[in-house]
Ligand binder design. Structure first.
Ligand code: NDP
Length: 245
């Protein structure tokens, strides 16, 4: 296994959920983390908790390419390198297509698709030049199948799968690429759902009850980062045991 000690890992969407928990686990194992999100007050608190020496953080909107590049540069300036990217920032404002919530569609596509591409763009050349790097993209089980209300969210997460596979093939021999497909886990993601009919449906399905702690996904991300350079865990699906769909 790769030793995480002194590895530098950039995490997008580190202010809550999987990103925040992964940052904590990585620093516990001696890694340095480069954290970006819009809620910079949360990043500041996390940095204080983890110790400023191990953390670089910056307010960053993943839909703004320059801000994503600036985050990567901050990490390179402080730690001289970025070994890995956890391309995690995302939103999930589910709704039925006939609800016509087109602003949310735009926001999802900008965040979940363009944001993932900007994350890759910010570190790829640096990693190729070094001949080493790990990129973990976070898709979803909604990136493998479509549910009522998930048409656009699923489209963005199917796209993350396509991007991951293209990146894997194009960077073969140099970069380890992992795409993770989580089911229902306890984070703040559901707060972005504003369509009440979808919220009611999810309540009926009991999703909140079966959702498992974010730590389980963070452990999986860490496991992907620990793989020796010669192999990559290309695809990982992780669901609560009780999740049927
Ligand atoms: P959270 O809502 O807890 O975390 C999402 C993170 O993304 C936050 O840190 C948020 O930070 C960040 N983010 C959102 N929009 C932007 C933006 N425009 N610019 C920068 N950062 C942004 O949810 P999760 O931890 O669950 O989500 C992480 C990933 O996991 C997402 O891609 C999600 O789709 C995926 N996922 C989650 C599942 C779950 O069950 N929880 C299941 C399947 C996939 P801020 O608002 O401060 O900018």
């Amino acid at each position: 296994m790769r030793d995480l000690n002194n590895m530098t890992v950039m995490i997008t969407g580190a202010s809550s959920g999987f990103g925040m928990v992964t940052a904590k686990m990585l620093v516990e194992q001696g890694a340095n983390v480069v954290l970006g999100a819009r809620r910079v007050d949360r990043l500041e608190a996390l940095s204080q908790e983890l110790g400023d020496a191990n953390v670089a953080f910056k307010e960053m909107d993943i839909t703004n390419k320059d801000q994503v590049h600036a985050l990567a540069q901050l990490g390179i300036d402080k730690f001289n390198k970025i070994d890995a990217l956890v391309n995690n920032a995302g939103i999930m404002p589910l709704s039925l297509l006939n609800a016509g919530r087109t602003d949310e569609w735009d926001e999802m596509i900008d965040t979940n698709v363009k944001g993932v591409l900007y994350g890759i763009d910010a570190v790829l050349q640096h990693m190729l030049d070094r001949g080493d790097g790990v990129i973990v993209n976070i898709s979803s089980v909604a990136g493998l199948r479509v549910f009522d209300g998930s048409a656009v969210y699923s489209a963005t997460k199917f796209a993350v799968r396509a991007i991951s596979e293209g990146l894997r093939a194009e960077s073969a021999g140099k970069i380890q690429v992992t795409c993770i497909y989580p089911g229902a886990f306890k984070t703040e993601l559901g707060f972005s759902i504003k369509d009440t009919s979808i919220l009611e449906r999810l309540m009926k399905l009991g999703m909140a009850e079966i959702a498992q702690p974010a730590e389980r996904v963070a452990e999986t991300i860490v496991f992907a980062l620990q793989q020796e350079k010669g192999v990559a865990l290309n695809e990982i699906v992780i669901r609560p045991t009780a999740q049927e769909t």
